[in-house]
Every structure is written in C-alpha cells, then in structure tokens.
Design a protein around this ligand. Structure first.
Ligand code: SF4
Length: 120
C-alpha cells in the first residue's frame, strides 16, 4: 500500500491502493490475525492490485528490493509469491543467480508475464 503523501514517483499517484487502510496490505499491527482473516484480507488486496493501472511498475520496483525488505501485498503478490517468481526466473536463467536483477530486466519479464499491463 502506498502513501501518496510521500510518493516519489509519478506512477504512485495512480495507485489503486492510495488511501486504503494499511492493515489491508500488511495485516493488523496490534493483534494476531487468524488464517481465515489473512486469507480474505490478502484476497481483497490482490483483487485491488489486479485492477491497478500501475501494477507492473509497483511489482517491478518491489522485486528489486532486498529480500529482508519484502513485506505485505505488492503488485498482487505476497512476499513468498514474489520470492517464488524470482526463484523461477533464476532457475530459468532469466536473471542472475548471484546478484540482484536489474530494474530493466524485471520490467521486461513482467511485461511478458502480464502482457496487457503498461510499463511506462
Ligand atoms: S499493484 Fe497493488 S500494491 Fe501496487 S500500487 Fe497497485 S494497488 Fe498498490
């Protein structure tokens, strides 16, 4: 979930998640979340992401972040799903195994994965 008051890139101004409750994207902060709650919360967040006009940009920016900085739903994927996507790309030789993928490479691969999405 993006905070448009601190947005630093143009695409963030078009984020579907702007203004939504932060708990939707990261879960409740002050109490445990049941598996049932987490399932429906993630499903709702992912649905918003599928309708987001800047999904490719969002996911590309997240996929180049260090693993330790991966939190919450971004680009319609959980941290585990993002890691699995990167692992698949590494296994297939599409990104380096020993260093982070470049932003350009990640964007190109995402456009192939989501061909109707924009990369601008
Ligand atoms: S893809 Fe999802 S998390 Fe990313 S900007 Fe859009 S709504 Fe927000």
């Amino acid at each position: 979930m993006l905070n448009t008051t601190t947005a630093t890139t143009a695409w963030e101004q078009h984020a579907t998640c702007a203004g939504t409750p932060i708990e939707l994207w990261y879960g409740p902060d002050e109490r445990p979340e049941s598996g049932h709650e987490a399932y429906w919360r993630r499903r709702h967040a992912k649905t918003l992401c599928t309708q987001c006009p800047v999904r490719t940009q969002c996911l590309a920016d997240e996929l180049i972040q260090p693993r330790a900085d991966q939190h919450g739903i971004r680009g319609g994927m959980t941290p585990r799903e993002r890691e699995q996507l990167l692992a698949t790309w590494r296994r297939d030789g599409l990104i380096p195994a020993d260093k982070p993928a470049s932003s350009e490479t990640v964007r190109r691969l995402l456009i192939q994965k989501f061909p109707t999405a924009s990369a601008s």
